[in-house]
Design a protein. Structure first.
Length: 384
């Protein structure tokens, strides 16, 4: 790749979400702050939310379960979120987008995740399906920030801007406007602004590189395995080996991961500038009316990313020795959900109060989804 400078990567300022626009509207009107922008205030509200703090106790890849020795260095959902925010902010600043909005969206992107990572989410969704319902972490995140968080005497929720609520709904998926008329406020037939489009890939870049790193530290994958199966890793690993022939194997791998992260981020930005040019996107409304999202990797790097992801799936996320951990997670979520449905008086009073409007199954799922790994474990020990 030729030397890339900041100038290559700046996109037109007319493609950034401005600090004040219809997208900065809040459900409950508020006076402007004398010196802080709407999106800087949203970022702060998310960071101060209780659901945000609970991310510290939620699984990213490695679950804290009884009898499992776990390094405190492994990513939690909170540290993963902070890494996504770092990447998203850096991309937005380099491109000339609204970096406060991008950072707010990154900080909120995983706030709807239940305990025990994807195993917990799958189990909760399976239980709800018995009642004709589904668990969806984007919709749950929206409920957290509009309903469960209580930070103001006059209204429920964090009263975040429309841009942040729309970004939550459009994180890595599109809802059909026919199937979800209740979400019509979020302009389902339009593509989200670039600040929101960035988050999907900032998330991928953050976890693919972090999981290689934690995978090496946990000895669940080896550097040789990664070299063998992931050409993208091998390329940077060779480069670093050549530059530092006397470096320790672990630090050579660390530097290779850093270069890999940088390469993915740079490719994303170069590809975005190319997409904008090819599609002749001039302003925000062109972008929103365009038939597809513009933030993606180039075709070559995209296939290298997919190879890395497949490698992590077969050797880390779905490795045979992780199965026991996932089974335990499912049993706890299933057991607790059924206990609450059978005996609603086990739910705390404020959750019981939701039953008449939300129904028992949804209320039980909402309570479980908010729990940390340790809290669900303790609650299960008490209830079972
Ligand atoms: Mg994430």
């Amino acid at each position: 790749m030729n030397r890339v400078t900041n100038q290559h990567l700046k996109i037109s300022p007319s493609l950034a979400v401005p600090d004040s626009s219809p997208l900065s509207a809040r459900t409950f009107p508020e006076p402007d702050h004398p010196y802080r922008s709407h999106f800087a205030r949203d970022r702060a509200r998310i960071l101060h939310a209780r659901a945000f703090r609970r991310l510290a106790g939620k699984t990213q890849v490695f679950s804290r379960q009884p009898g499992i020795q776990l390094s405190d260095h492994f990513r939690s959902r909170l540290t993963h979120t902070l890494e996504v925010a770092q990447i998203a902010r850096s991309l937005a600043e380099t491109l000339g987008l609204n970096s406060n909005l991008a950072e707010a969206l990154a900080l909120v992107h995983d706030i709807g995740h239940p305990p025990f990572g994807h195993a917990g989410e799958k189990a909760l969704d399976a239980e709800l399906q018995n009642y004709g319902l589904r668990f969806d972490h984007n919709l749950h995140a929206l409920r957290i920030i509009t309903h469960f968080e209580e930070r103001h005497p006059a209204y429920r929720g964090l009263n975040l801007t429309l841009a942040v609520r729309e970004g939550i709904i459009k994180h890595s998926r599109d809802y059909s406007s026919h199937l979800h008329p209740e979400l019509s406020e979020y302009l389902l037939d339009e593509r989200p602004p670039l600040e929101a489009q960035l988050i999907d890939l900032a998330d991928e870049i953050a976890y693919l590189t972090a999981d290689l790193d934690d995978g090496f530290d946990s000895h669940r994958i080896t550097i040789d395995q990664a070299r063998e199966s992931v050409p993208l890793f091998r390329r940077f690993h060779d480069e670093v080996l050549h530059a530092y022939p006397n470096g320790t194997p672990r630090l050579i791998a660390t530097e290779a991961i850093k270069r890999l992260l940088n390469a993915l981020a740079t490719d994303l930005m170069l590809e975005l500038t190319r997409q904008i040019r090819d599609a002749q996107i001039q302003n925000l409304s062109d972008l929103r009316r365009f038939p597809s999202r513009l933030v993606k990797l180039s075709a070559v790097v995209e296939s290298e990313r997919a190879t890395l992801k497949n490698f992590l799936y077969s050797n880390l996320y779905l490795a045979p020795d992780m199965e026991e951990i996932h089974t335990h997670a499912s049993l706890v979520v299933q057991g607790l959900f059924r206990a609450f449905v059978q005996n609603p008086s086990l739910l705390p009073a404020d959750h019981q109060a939701e039953i008449p409007t939300e129904g028992l199954a949804r209320t039980a799922a909402d309570y479980i989804a908010g729990m940390t790994d340790t809290f669900i474990e303790q609650t299960w020990q008490r209830v079972k």
